[in-house]
Design a binder for this molecule. Structure first.
Ligand SMILES: *Cc1c(COP(=O)(O)O)cnc(C)c1O
Length: 300
């Protein structure tokens, strides 16, 4: 596809089978879908969520995109890079004022000529509010507004390609959940293509109930999906929070498997999968796929 070529996107991403004594002991197979290898800059699942929005933007000659995120956001980073490469003006509305204390992510955005706007928490809270979005539309006519995390209906179509790319069937697909679009895309696509596959989200923030509602809100209405659930035992205190145990796990994972994971998403995911295996959550001889969503820029 033209856009993927233009941005040097490497899909399909590899399926990497993990070798470890703790897997052999339980007679399970664990495969990592390496969406972290899709691109050196664009974070894996953010590409999946943005591809169709960007395709439409190019097709409709959109010249300005606006979106939202925190000071370390993988979404703003991916979108900022894509807009820079595609010659689209990008306005990033950032929660909190980092102007005197730029994160590496914000530094990259500024190098990519992003128009960065810092807003306080109260304004940021309005990011989904129709009146506020209307105001933005008036302030920036002819712009396209993409929601936080890139999670919107269109995102599901891009995420679905993770499932259509798979080389084999899995009993379980496990992925981290924050703004919900990725899990919703996996659920909808798996329900349609491999209905026996169970999709398990690992909540990376304290969001019992909230995350389920968020994910459900993206699922096609009228289609009953009962192939999924979210586990809330591995948020390690909340979004972006970590512990010495999780940090050690991430370092050990790198030294054992030569695969980098970070404590915000992929580290929590892999920790959760290993712990669930240890606690015999998965029946014997299950085939498990864990989705490495990328996000390594955020750990800088
Ligand atoms: C944003 C992000 C997620 C969470 O995906 P959602 O669709 O927001 O739930 C997971 N992993 C990484 C690396 C991310 O950047």
């Amino acid at each position: 596809m033209f856009l993927s070529n233009q941005l040097n996107i490497n899909t399909p991403s590899p399926e990497h089978s993990l070798k470890a004594a703790w897997l052999e002991k339980k007679a399970l197979t664990l495969t990592l879908k390496r969406d972290d290898l899709i691109h050196p800059v664009i974070s894996g699942n953010k590409w999946r969520k943005l591809i169709y929005a960007l395709k439409d933007a190019k097709q409709n000659q959109v010249q300005h995109i606006i979106s939202f995120g925190g000071g370390f956001s993988n979404h703003l980073h991916a979108l900022g890079y894509c807009c820079h490469q595609l010659n689209i003006k990008f306005t990033a509305i950032v929660r909190g004022d980092y102007s005197l204390n730029l994160s590496p992510m914000l530094n990259d955005l500024l190098n990519w000529q992003t128009d960065v706007k810092y807003v306080n928490r109260i304004t940021y809270k309005k990011r989904g509010d129709p009146t506020y979005l209307q105001q933005l539309k008036e302030e920036y006519p002819k712009s396209l507004i993409i929601p936080e995390g890139g999670s919107q209906l269109q995102a599901l179509k891009g995420v679905a390609e993770i499932i259509t790319e798979l080389q084999q069937n899995y009993d379980y697909i496990v992925a981290p959940v924050a703004s919900g679009g990725t899990l919703a895309g996996l659920i909808a696509s798996a329900a349609a293509i491999t209905p026996k596959t169970q999709v398990i989200g690992v909540g990376v923030l304290k969001g019992k109930g909230y995350l389920e509602e968020l994910v459900s809100s993206f699922l096609p209405s009228g289609v009953v999906c009962n192939n999924w659930q979210i586990n809330h035992d591995y948020h390690f205190g909340g979004y972006g929070k970590t512990t010495p145990e999780l940090n050690t796990f991430c370092n050990d994972f790198l030294s054992h498997h030569s695969i980098r994971v970070e404590p915000v998403y992929s580290g929590k995911l892999c920790f959760a999968v290993k712990d669930l295996i240890h606690n015999d959550y998965f029946p014997k001889s299950s085939k498990i796929l864990a989705l490495h969503t990328g996000g390594l820029q955020g750990a800088r």
